[in-house]
Design a protein around this ligand. Structure first.
Ligand SMILES: [Zn+2]
Length: 130
């Protein structure tokens, strides 16, 4: 029986943020599809329905959680937005059901969210988070 591998769509405009987090998540056995722009992220979502989670690392200041989170396709996916809490945009993100993480993104926090929110891991992992 094949084990489920988590797949994350990572949108980060900063090259170092994107490459660093991709590496740290890969070390934890999480497959990452990196995207450097909202357009690239949308393309990835259209091409691949197998994502467990969307991680948005520091969208441009003032921009609330991104067009990608407003599409029908992505609304059902849990999403994480990494940015400074307390900003107006952060409140918008929270209102849309996004998790907020502080920067720099803690890869273990991302993994914990996957364990909690990934539909494929729900059945077997729910007990440990109850
Ligand atoms: Zn998963």
């Amino acid at each position: 029986m094949e084990r489920h591998q988590h797949r994350v769509l990572l949108l980060a405009t900063d090259d170092r943020d994107r490459e660093g987090l991709t590496y740290l998540l890969a070390l934890r056995g999480i497959a990452v599809v990196p995207a450097r722009s909202s357009e690239a992220a949308l393309d990835a979502l259209r091409a691949d329905a197998g994502f467990c989670l969307i991680v948005v690392d520091a969208p441009p200041a003032g921009a609330a959680a991104l067009p990608i989170l407003a599409t029908d396709r992505t609304r059902r996916l849990p999403a994480v937005v990494a940015r400074a809490p307390g900003s107006e945009a952060a409140e918008d993100d929270t209102a849309r059901g996004c998790h907020l993480l502080a920067k720099p993104v803690d890869p273990d926090a991302v993994r914990a969210l996957l364990v909690r929110d990934c539909p494929a891991s729900h059945a077997r992992s729910r007990a440990s988070f109850a």
